[in-house]
Design a binder for this molecule. Sequence first.
Ligand code: DC
Length: 230
Amino acid sequence: MKIAVDGPAGAGKSTIARLLAKHLGLRYLDTGAMYRAITLEALRREVDTGDEEALMKVATSVDLNIVFQGDKGNLIYLNGEDVTNSIREPEVTAHVSAVSSHKKLRDFIVALQEQIAKQGSVVMDGRDIGTVVMPDADWKFFLQATVEERARRRQSELERRGVSLDAGELREQIRRRDHLDSTRENSPLRKADDAIEVDTTSLSVAEVVQKLLDLIKGDDEDVHVCGNNS
Ligand code: DC
């Protein structure tokens, strides 16, 4: 079974997709982590994030290793170093949209994601999973939430890691990333025509997971399922 979970920054994709994978006994791939790892290496090498060729050199020269660790999500190794936490630092977040906008880099990373999809059942979360990476997914979900709620979630997540950022500043960052991710020329953030949109603003994580599980098992009467999901 292949499940695509797309949506804007902070809509809860990673948490929901990871738990969904756990409940269904599937692998989980956080595709944003791949773009983040390349961004981290580019920043370390002081590469200009507008220079596609230089970014391709970074992408093709690093050893990027993703370890699937059951219900705990993914561990990300860059040249043998565990960068699972470093790729979430605000500096990486601030540059990752620019890095991920380059076509050659996307083609390179999408090819890696397609290989992982070919290896068997998986839940992937990202921006272009239902539209580009797994257009044939059995289930496509598009998670949404208001900017205010997404900023609030990001703030709690950062606080848990000891980072404090102003809520207004976080809202601005999220708006900026939404804009960059959805207006870029190459596979922009877009809901696939056959994806099911779920507004998570007023739902808990457990409620969203349950809703998606109900849909997959055919227990949710509210939603008319179409396209690949019928
Ligand atoms: O999901 P995230 O916040 O970790 O993603 C980081 C960035 O990577 C996001 O701003 C856009 C990019 N991204 C993408 O372009 N395509 C994906 N499939 C996943 C992430």
